[in-house]
Ligand binder design. Structure first.
Ligand code: ATP
Ligand code: MG
Length: 605
């Protein structure tokens, strides 16, 4: 390819909306163009990168025995109703774009494909002899994200590789899940991405075990907590830890005391010489359902702890299962309640806040569902709000509260907490970009969509399922987030838009043009993905663009062309090697060969 033919439009300044380096560089280099919020055009350079990523993904998927197919993006609501996800995905998080066709039938644009693929399996699979089987696809997914941002990192239309496997038993599912884990590690290594495999929350997809692959980067939206000994790593959404010990507090009598204007833990602790670990705090939420009124929820944690809303939502889903799917969990809005005459002593709440305080609250029904985290439940004596403004209470123990609570871990593990597997090690925090997620789904979808098979002994059982996703477009941008400098992108050879750029320093010099053409031809003949920068531009402009585009190898045909000499430089290194043009291929090809496999140590020029 010749740079002249590329319609190369590079920008001097990053666009205002690009907050992180990879987004800025991709736009400045002309790789992507924004069409609307969260919707991007992949321009020819980006498309070359994506096709290379896809080729790696295909090879590794095929190696696990998975079969490629292509499922429809338009999916009937009826399928999603059968798995009970239509409401969660439309009315709840509202992540699924949905529409009604001219016949009045509801459809969704696929954010994921469990329903479609499981219904196909239900049609096709009859016997244990047909198992195991696994399908994958590389497809555009649609999600109406609440906050699309960071370019391809969180798009509303993006490319995903998703795979679904079907098994006769849990053991075979676990075996294949292990294969996929290995395939994922190879994919990321081959793309030149540094990832951490971490325990993950299974979210609205559901199922048992799941693991995320996090590209380590400061711009990552996820927080990973891991132990220094390498034995534990989890997304904070799911992480468990041992909380810091509480400072002992001996409370002999159940008594109230005045705390004028001291709303909240910090104010009370400061005024009464208490440690936050000697207090408990009370949070109020509403759990929203598709049908019927919301459920008020009262959660108690030790004063120094934070609630983990993912854990809390999962717990409510289990405890309130008979009410249907929990669409959302919202903090109770005190101002709205007040407008309806419900006065809450905010800042002075206690675990025994009476149910009748909520009388008249719109859209809420019944008494509180009361939840206590072990950090609070395990305290012998503590201080809490007295449920009246400007008063707190010393409580000698939970029997003095006298109500029943559901005890469950709903706290957010924090960096610095001690690890459950070894209290001598502590958790440290790393930011990560979720580039892949693998799940053991079990029978969740096969039961809902009646995907069953007959076993060897003749009984009928639901098929065990796994599902496996990679954000292909997100992954490509994550590689830039990990590999750039002040001048632009630094692509690894394995997925670079071009492996080599031949820069003719002065496009008006015949010698230079001739040698440039010759090397371009030789490199192409040797199967190298090469770009010839033969534009009539100043050398400085071409060098700047070459750095910006991040092509891993640069051959400069300049002043010494007449003597048959060129310069060779790696984008990631400083050194420049002067060498005879006749030696270029012999020098470059073995190095390229190694680098195409990805994740190898950088080879010095
Ligand atoms: P996130 O937590 O980042 O919203 P998710 O857990 O909802 O992602 P999955 O349903 O596990 O995502 O999808 C599989 C993969 O698709 C993710 O691991 C991620 O790499 C990618 N992905 C998900 N949402 C987006 C998006 N909006 N834009 C680009 N890639 C995405
Ligand atoms: Mg995920």
């Amino acid at each position: 390819m010749r740079a002249k033919d590329l319609l190369l439009v590079t920008l001097r300044e990053p666009p205002a909306e690009a907050e992180i380096p990879s987004h800025q560089w991709l736009v400045r280099g002309g790789f992507i163009r924004r069409v609307a919020s969260g919707i991007y055009a992949y321009m020819p350079l980006m498309w070359r990168v994506l096709r290379k990523v896809e080729a790696i993904v295909r090879e590794e998927m095929e190696a696990t025995g998975a079969l490629e197919l292509r499922l429809p993006a338009l999916q009937p609501a009826e399928l999603w109703r059968r798995s009970d996800r239509w409401d969660t995905y439309t009315a709840g998080e509202g992540i699924m774009f949905n529409l009604t066709d001219r016949q009045g039938r509801e459809l969704g644009l696929g954010p994921t494909h469990e329903e479609v693929v499981t219904s196909l399996a239900a049609d096709l699979i009859r016997s244990y002899r047909q198992l195991p089987v696994s399908f994958y696809q590389l497809q555009t997914k649609f999600r109406d994200e609440i906050r699309p941002r960071f370019g391809l990192m969180r798009g509303r239309e993006f490319i995903m590789k998703d795979a679904y496997s079907f098994h006769a038993d849990e053991e075979d599912l676990r075996r294949y899940y292990g294969c996929m884990d290995q395939a994922y590690r190879r994919i990321f290594a081959r793309c030149g991405l540094k990832v951490l495999a971490v325990q993950a929350d299974s979210g609205a997809i559901g199922g048992a075990a799941s693991q995320e692959f996090m590209a380590v980067a400061d711009a990552g939206e996820d927080l990973v907590l891991s132990s220094g000994d390498g034995r534990y790593a989890a997304n904070q959404e799911r992480a468990r830890s041992l909380p810091p010990p509480s400072a002992p507090l001996s409370v002999t009598a159940d008594e109230r005391f005045a705390t004028p204007g001291q709303a909240g833990i910090d104010a009370v602790c400061a005024a009464h010489n208490l440690d936050p670990t000697q207090t408990v705090k009370v949070l109020l939420h509403r759990a929203c359902f598709a049908d019927g009124p919301d459920q008020p929820v009262l959660t108690v944690l030790r004063g120094d702890q934070e609630v983990n809303t993912v854990k809390l939502t999962n717990l409510l889903g289990r405890v309130l299962a008979e009410r249907g799917v929990v669409l959302a969990l919202e903090r109770l809005d005190v101002d709205t309640l007040q407008a309806h005459g419900v006065e809450l002593p905010v800042g002075f709440l206690g675990p025994d806040l009476p149910d009748d305080v909520m009388q008249g609250a719109p859209g809420l029904v019944g008494g509180f569902l009361r939840i206590v985290d072990p950090t609070a439940a395990d305290l012998a004596g503590f201080v809490c709000g007295a449920n009246v403004p400007d008063q707190h209470r010393r409580v000698p123990g939970w029997s003095a509260i006298g109500l029943s609570f559901t005890k469950a871990d709903v706290r957010s593990a924090q960096p610095g907490d001690r690890c459950c597997h070894d209290p001598r090690t502590v958790l440290t925090a790393t930011r990560g970009i979720e580039v892949g997620h693998i799940f053991q789904l079990g029978c969740k979808y096969s039961s809902a969509l009646q995907a069953c098979f007959s076993t060897e002994s003749g009984s009928t059982e639901p098929i065990r399922m796994g599902c496996y996703g990679i954000g292909v477009s997100r992954l490509a941008q994550a590689v830039v987030e990990q590999n750039h400098d002040g001048n632009g992108m630094i692509w690894p050879v394995s997925i670079a838009p071009f492996e080599v750029v031949v820069t003719v320093a002065n496009g008006e010099e015949q010698e230079q043009c001739r040698l440039g053409e010759k090397l371009y031809g030789e490199l192409r003949a040797a199967g190298v993905d090469v770009l010839l920068d033969d534009r009539v531009e100043r050398a400085g402009v071409k060098f700047k663009d070459a750095d910006l585009l991040g092509i891993p190898w640069r051959v400069v045909v300049g002043r010494n062309a007449a003597r048959g000499q060129v310069e060779l430089k790696m984008r990631s290194a400083r050194d420049v090697l002067d060498l005879d043009a006749s030696r270029l291929l012999r020098h470059l090809l073995p190095r390229l060969q190694r680098q195409r496999r990805g994740s190898l140590p950088e080879v010095a020029v």
